[in-house]
Design a protein around this ligand. Structure first.
Ligand SMILES: C[S@@+](CC[C@H](N)C(=O)[O-])C[C@H]1O[C@@H](n2cnc3c(N)ncnc32)[C@H](O)[C@@H]1O
Length: 211
Protein backbone atom coordinates (compact mmCIF):
# COMPACT_ATOMS: atom_id res chain seq x y z
CA UNK A 1 0.00 0.00 0.00
CA UNK A 2 1.33 3.46 -0.90
CA UNK A 3 1.80 6.28 1.59
CA UNK A 4 -1.13 8.01 -0.13
CA UNK A 5 -3.41 5.02 0.41
CA UNK A 6 -2.35 4.74 4.04
CA UNK A 7 -3.17 8.42 4.61
CA UNK A 8 -6.63 8.41 3.00
CA UNK A 9 -7.67 4.79 3.42
CA UNK A 10 -8.93 4.97 -0.19
CA UNK A 11 -7.10 2.98 -2.87
CA UNK A 12 -5.98 5.29 -5.62
CA UNK A 13 -5.57 3.39 -8.83
CA UNK A 14 -4.65 3.98 -12.43
CA UNK A 15 -4.44 7.42 -13.91
CA UNK A 16 -5.59 9.29 -10.82
CA UNK A 17 -2.76 7.86 -8.71
CA UNK A 18 -0.30 8.47 -11.51
CA UNK A 19 -1.28 12.13 -11.91
CA UNK A 20 -1.36 12.78 -8.17
CA UNK A 21 2.07 11.28 -7.63
CA UNK A 22 3.52 13.16 -10.58
CA UNK A 23 1.91 16.50 -9.75
CA UNK A 24 2.77 16.44 -6.05
CA UNK A 25 6.40 15.63 -6.87
CA UNK A 26 6.46 18.43 -9.46
CA UNK A 27 5.09 20.95 -6.96
CA UNK A 28 7.75 20.01 -4.40
CA UNK A 29 10.61 19.78 -6.94
CA UNK A 30 9.71 21.87 -10.00
CA UNK A 31 13.25 22.02 -11.42
CA UNK A 32 13.78 18.28 -11.00
CA UNK A 33 10.54 17.28 -12.72
CA UNK A 34 10.26 20.17 -15.19
CA UNK A 35 6.61 19.44 -16.04
CA UNK A 36 3.19 19.46 -14.36
CA UNK A 37 1.79 16.29 -15.93
CA UNK A 38 3.17 13.08 -17.47
CA UNK A 39 3.69 13.04 -21.24
CA UNK A 40 0.91 11.85 -23.55
CA UNK A 41 0.33 8.52 -25.31
CA UNK A 42 1.18 10.20 -28.61
CA UNK A 43 4.67 10.99 -27.31
CA UNK A 44 5.05 7.49 -25.88
CA UNK A 45 4.15 5.89 -29.23
CA UNK A 46 6.90 7.82 -31.02
CA UNK A 47 9.49 7.20 -28.32
CA UNK A 48 8.89 3.44 -28.26
CA UNK A 49 10.07 3.15 -31.87
CA UNK A 50 13.60 4.03 -30.76
CA UNK A 51 14.12 0.72 -28.95
CA UNK A 52 15.05 -2.45 -30.87
CA UNK A 53 12.25 -4.99 -31.29
CA UNK A 54 14.61 -7.92 -31.96
CA UNK A 55 17.60 -9.55 -30.25
CA UNK A 56 18.30 -9.09 -26.56
CA UNK A 57 18.76 -5.34 -26.22
CA UNK A 58 19.47 -3.36 -23.07
CA UNK A 59 17.61 -0.06 -22.85
CA UNK A 60 17.68 2.63 -20.18
CA UNK A 61 15.15 5.33 -19.40
CA UNK A 62 16.53 8.43 -17.69
CA UNK A 63 13.75 10.03 -15.63
CA UNK A 64 10.86 7.59 -16.17
CA UNK A 65 8.67 9.58 -13.73
CA UNK A 66 5.44 7.62 -13.31
CA UNK A 67 6.26 5.46 -16.35
CA UNK A 68 4.18 7.14 -19.04
CA UNK A 69 6.78 6.19 -21.66
CA UNK A 70 7.69 2.87 -20.07
CA UNK A 71 4.63 0.82 -21.12
CA UNK A 72 5.13 1.46 -24.84
CA UNK A 73 8.82 0.60 -24.57
CA UNK A 74 8.06 -2.55 -22.59
CA UNK A 75 5.43 -3.72 -25.10
CA UNK A 76 7.90 -3.40 -27.96
CA UNK A 77 10.90 -5.05 -26.32
CA UNK A 78 11.55 -8.72 -27.17
CA UNK A 79 11.75 -11.43 -24.51
CA UNK A 80 15.19 -11.43 -22.90
CA UNK A 81 15.64 -7.66 -23.19
CA UNK A 82 16.59 -5.56 -20.15
CA UNK A 83 14.73 -2.36 -19.40
CA UNK A 84 16.17 -0.13 -16.68
CA UNK A 85 14.80 3.15 -15.37
CA UNK A 86 16.94 5.61 -13.39
CA UNK A 87 14.75 8.00 -11.43
CA UNK A 88 15.71 10.68 -8.89
CA UNK A 89 12.33 11.20 -7.20
CA UNK A 90 11.69 8.81 -4.27
CA UNK A 91 7.87 8.88 -4.57
CA UNK A 92 8.14 8.28 -8.31
CA UNK A 93 10.45 5.33 -7.67
CA UNK A 94 7.89 3.86 -5.24
CA UNK A 95 5.12 4.36 -7.81
CA UNK A 96 7.16 2.62 -10.51
CA UNK A 97 8.07 -0.31 -8.27
CA UNK A 98 4.43 -0.82 -7.40
CA UNK A 99 2.96 -0.35 -10.87
CA UNK A 100 5.66 -1.48 -13.33
CA UNK A 101 7.13 -4.64 -11.78
CA UNK A 102 8.87 -5.56 -15.06
CA UNK A 103 10.96 -2.35 -14.97
CA UNK A 104 14.39 -2.52 -13.25
CA UNK A 105 13.97 0.67 -11.26
CA UNK A 106 17.07 2.37 -9.89
CA UNK A 107 16.65 5.19 -7.39
CA UNK A 108 19.52 7.35 -8.57
CA UNK A 109 20.89 10.11 -10.75
CA UNK A 110 21.25 9.94 -14.52
CA UNK A 111 24.70 11.43 -13.97
CA UNK A 112 25.74 8.09 -12.44
CA UNK A 113 24.65 6.06 -15.46
CA UNK A 114 28.00 4.29 -16.02
CA UNK A 115 28.26 3.27 -12.35
CA UNK A 116 24.64 2.06 -12.30
CA UNK A 117 25.33 -0.12 -15.34
CA UNK A 118 28.64 -1.43 -13.95
CA UNK A 119 26.89 -2.41 -10.68
CA UNK A 120 24.50 -4.54 -12.73
CA UNK A 121 27.14 -6.13 -14.93
CA UNK A 122 26.12 -4.16 -18.02
CA UNK A 123 28.87 -2.88 -20.30
CA UNK A 124 26.96 -1.10 -23.07
CA UNK A 125 23.34 -0.25 -23.84
CA UNK A 126 21.45 -0.21 -27.12
CA UNK A 127 19.17 2.73 -26.43
CA UNK A 128 18.82 5.55 -23.91
CA UNK A 129 15.47 7.30 -23.66
CA UNK A 130 15.63 10.51 -21.69
CA UNK A 131 12.97 12.92 -20.57
CA UNK A 132 14.91 14.64 -17.79
CA UNK A 133 14.55 18.44 -18.04
CA UNK A 134 17.67 19.08 -20.14
CA UNK A 135 16.89 22.75 -20.72
CA UNK A 136 16.83 23.39 -16.95
CA UNK A 137 20.26 21.81 -16.36
CA UNK A 138 23.32 23.97 -16.03
CA UNK A 139 26.26 23.65 -18.38
CA UNK A 140 28.26 21.18 -16.33
CA UNK A 141 25.35 18.85 -15.41
CA UNK A 142 24.18 18.79 -19.02
CA UNK A 143 27.67 17.95 -20.32
CA UNK A 144 28.31 15.35 -17.64
CA UNK A 145 25.08 13.40 -18.21
CA UNK A 146 25.47 13.50 -21.99
CA UNK A 147 29.05 12.20 -21.69
CA UNK A 148 27.78 9.32 -19.57
CA UNK A 149 25.21 8.53 -22.28
CA UNK A 150 27.67 8.57 -25.18
CA UNK A 151 30.12 6.39 -23.24
CA UNK A 152 27.38 3.90 -22.32
CA UNK A 153 25.94 3.44 -25.83
CA UNK A 154 27.05 0.80 -28.33
CA UNK A 155 28.55 2.27 -31.55
CA UNK A 156 25.16 1.97 -33.29
CA UNK A 157 23.15 2.81 -30.20
CA UNK A 158 20.32 5.35 -30.17
CA UNK A 159 19.64 8.21 -27.82
CA UNK A 160 16.42 10.14 -27.62
CA UNK A 161 15.79 13.29 -25.59
CA UNK A 162 12.45 15.00 -25.10
CA UNK A 163 12.26 18.75 -24.69
CA UNK A 164 9.36 21.18 -24.66
CA UNK A 165 9.06 23.04 -27.94
CA UNK A 166 8.38 26.44 -26.27
CA UNK A 167 11.64 26.11 -24.29
CA UNK A 168 13.72 25.55 -27.42
CA UNK A 169 14.76 29.19 -27.71
CA UNK A 170 16.32 29.33 -24.26
CA UNK A 171 20.09 29.48 -23.90
CA UNK A 172 20.30 26.11 -22.16
CA UNK A 173 18.19 24.46 -24.85
CA UNK A 174 20.37 25.90 -27.64
CA UNK A 175 23.48 24.71 -25.81
CA UNK A 176 21.96 21.24 -25.49
CA UNK A 177 21.19 21.11 -29.22
CA UNK A 178 24.77 22.14 -30.03
CA UNK A 179 26.08 19.42 -27.74
CA UNK A 180 23.96 16.78 -29.45
CA UNK A 181 25.42 17.71 -32.83
CA UNK A 182 28.95 17.51 -31.39
CA UNK A 183 28.26 14.15 -29.72
CA UNK A 184 26.38 12.18 -32.41
CA UNK A 185 26.87 11.45 -36.09
CA UNK A 186 23.14 11.77 -36.77
CA UNK A 187 20.66 14.09 -35.04
CA UNK A 188 17.04 14.12 -36.22
CA UNK A 189 14.07 15.94 -34.75
CA UNK A 190 10.36 15.24 -34.60
CA UNK A 191 7.58 17.30 -33.03
CA UNK A 192 4.55 15.79 -31.29
CA UNK A 193 1.81 18.41 -31.24
CA UNK A 194 -0.65 16.16 -29.37
CA UNK A 195 0.91 17.01 -26.02
CA UNK A 196 0.60 20.10 -23.89
CA UNK A 197 2.99 21.74 -24.39
CA UNK A 198 4.17 20.24 -27.72
CA UNK A 199 7.24 18.03 -27.43
CA UNK A 200 10.37 18.18 -29.54
CA UNK A 201 12.05 14.76 -29.80
CA UNK A 202 15.72 14.55 -30.60
CA UNK A 203 16.72 11.21 -32.07
CA UNK A 204 20.49 10.73 -32.12
CA UNK A 205 22.51 7.80 -33.43
CA UNK A 206 26.15 6.72 -33.60
CA UNK A 207 27.87 8.47 -30.68
CA UNK A 208 31.03 10.17 -31.93
CA UNK A 209 32.96 9.40 -28.75
CA UNK A 210 33.03 5.80 -30.02
CA UNK A 211 34.46 6.66 -33.44
C1 LIG B 1 9.54 15.83 -17.44
S1 LIG B 1 9.55 14.49 -16.26
C2 LIG B 1 9.26 13.13 -17.39
C3 LIG B 1 8.65 11.94 -16.72
C4 LIG B 1 8.15 10.83 -17.66
N1 LIG B 1 9.22 10.18 -18.40
C5 LIG B 1 7.15 11.36 -18.64
O1 LIG B 1 7.48 11.45 -19.83
O2 LIG B 1 6.04 11.69 -18.22
C6 LIG B 1 11.26 14.37 -15.85
C7 LIG B 1 11.62 13.21 -14.93
O3 LIG B 1 13.04 13.14 -14.79
C8 LIG B 1 13.38 12.93 -13.42
N2 LIG B 1 14.76 13.44 -13.26
C9 LIG B 1 15.17 14.73 -13.31
N3 LIG B 1 16.50 14.80 -13.19
C10 LIG B 1 16.95 13.52 -13.07
C11 LIG B 1 18.23 12.93 -12.92
N4 LIG B 1 19.34 13.69 -12.88
N5 LIG B 1 18.33 11.60 -12.84
C12 LIG B 1 17.22 10.81 -12.88
N6 LIG B 1 15.96 11.31 -13.01
C13 LIG B 1 15.83 12.65 -13.11
C14 LIG B 1 12.31 13.68 -12.67
O4 LIG B 1 12.19 13.26 -11.33
C15 LIG B 1 11.08 13.34 -13.53
O5 LIG B 1 10.51 12.12 -13.14
Amino acid sequence: MTAQQQRTGTPLTGKLAEYRTFFSTAVRNPRMVGAATPTSHAVAATVAQVVPSTGTPVVVELGPGTGSLSDGIHDRLPAGARHLGIELGADLVAHLRENKPWLEVVHGDAGDLKAVLADRGIDRVDAVISSIPWSLLDDSAQGHILDQVTQALTPHGAFTALTYLPAERTRNARRFRGRLHESFDEVLTHTTWRNFPPILHYLCRRPLAQA
